[in-house]
Design a protein around this ligand. Structure first.
Ligand SMILES: Cc1ncc(COP(=O)(O)O)c(C=O)c1O
Length: 426
């Protein structure tokens, strides 16, 4: 471990030496010893078009020599305005107002604060959020509070606010109980909402895929049922699409794939194609109007130094262009995942195979039920480097989430290597 660096999400004692990356080239990362490893997880789910894509690099350079940054309170600039216009055009329904921040956690903080204050501005004191078991919304205190409690959050229990959890109706291929699980969740939800309709500020959910919680997937039907109930009982629906946004689920956004219009959506990660930190929280015009007043108390007092950084916005605009040009790549990946998972499943060592768009996941059959801390994750993480692959299992859950520039041949080769690797680990 470098003597001056403290690594994220790392148990310090016994941590293996980090591999040093000296370059990126499309799907490949180049290590200092010359080895090229395939980035099968898009470097924590941010990279969309491959590393060092020249179009995004050019956009960043051109913006940096024109305007690198400016205070965004009483000033504005073209890249932010263009990005806000394009995003609101692309998003469904009434999602019209874009609030910029820096990362996924802040986009969630903004959403929670916005929803909370929306009700206050309307003269209602709604006291609780509804969230899902297994959820992960980030590491700042508010985002952490909305997430599921785990070993990550345990030390901060006294600092967090309480939310009410619903089970997440996680499903997989050939799951016969998906509809039943969904109905049970909706029943619990409707009981809560009907018994105490003015208690809930909003429902926050990772639509279609819960990421860090283990790539747990739910059906579009569930989101439609959730939406219907939420509309009946008039609370806000917040979609945390920090991971699922920008093509990940096989459509531009999970809300489009599910044909659901949330009141607030959080976007980050892929927004700049994986080049720069940037995030947005987009809300409906109805929410915005509750803040559209001269009253200082009803104002949304939130902002960050790098809000709407022009270079980040320029990268996001270039990434959006590439997304449109290469739409087919993220739309067709699901078919390849499905095909290859079927073969992998024949090995008999995996279960609960699941796919949504560009994301494929499965569990390793194992007696060890320690979840995220399952030792098999470390073994796979170490051994996959010998196969020139970058993987980072979540406990016993192995997943693939490659950049969209991966070719069909490359993706199929990943599954082949994975099969050999897993057989060796059995
Ligand atoms: C769904 C979701 N929300 C929020 C976050 C937090 O994003 P960040 O790590 O950029 O703060 C993540 C990160 O993994 C995420 O997957």
């Amino acid at each position: 471990m470098h003597p001056n660096i403290w690594k994220p999400f790392t148990i310090i004692k016994g941590a293996p030496e980090s591999k040093k990356v000296v370059g990126g080239d499309g799907i490949w990362l180049i290590l200092d010893d010359g080895q090229r490893i395939m980035d099968c997880i898009s470097s924590w789910w941010v990279n969309l078009h491959g590393h060092c894509h020249p179009r995004i690099a050019d956009a960043i350079y051109n913006q940096a020599i024109e305007l690198e940054h400016v205070i965004f309170a009483n000033f504005s600039h073209h890249p932010a305005e263009r990005l806000a216009e394009r995003l609101t055009h692309l998003l469904p329904g009434d999602l019209e107002r874009v609030f910029f921040s820096d990362n996924g956690s802040t986009s969630v903080e903004v959403a929670l604060k916005m929803a909370w204050q929306y009700w206050k501005n309307r003269g209602e004191a709604r006291k609780k959020f509804i969230a899902f078991e297994g959820a992960y919304h980030g590491d700042t205190l508010g985002a952490m509070s909305a997430g599921s409690r785990s070993v990550f959050t345990q030390m901060f229990n006294d600092l967090m606010f309480e939310v009410e959890y619903l089970p997440y109706p996680a499903t997989w291929l050939d799951d016969q109980n998906a509809g039943k699980k969904e109905d049970e969740v909706i029943e619990i939800l409707e009981k809560k909402l009907s018994e105490n309709p003015e208690h809930y500020a909003g429902i926050i959910v990772e639509p279609l895929v819960q990421g860090a919680g283990g790539m747990r997937m739910c059906r579009e039907d569930f989101l439609q049922k959730l939406h219907w109930s939420q509309r009946q009982f008039e609370t806000l629906l917040i979609f945390d699409e920090v991971m699922t946004g920008f093509g990940r689920t096989g459509d531009f956004f999970a809300c489009q794939r599910a044909q659901v219009e949330p009141d607030i959506i959080c976007l980050s990660k892929g927004i700049t194609g994986g080049f720069l930190p940037l995030a947005v929280t987009v809300c409906s015009s109805g929410i915005y109007e509750e803040f559209n007043t001269k009253d200082p108390l009803a104002t949304f007092w939130h902002g960050h130094s790098y809000t709407a950084n022009p270079i980040g916005c320029a990268a996001a605009l270039a990434s959006l262009d590439l997304l449109y040009e290469n739409e087919i790549s993220f739309r067709q990946m699901e078919t390849i995942h499905l095909d290859e998972l079927e073969s992998l499943a024949r090995l008999g060592i995996i279960e609960k195979e699941r796919v949504t768009g560009t994301i494929a996941a499965f569990n390793i059959r194992s007696e060890d039920k320690s979840g995220y801390l399952n030792k098999i994750a470390d073994r796979i993480k170490e051994e996959c480097i010998e196969y020139d692959l970058l993987l980072r299992p979540l406990g016993d859950v192995v997943y693939l989430m490659p950049p969209y520039c991966i070719t069909e041949e490359e993706l199929r080769s990943v599954y082949k290597k994975l099969g050999t690797l897993l057989k060796g680990i059995e």
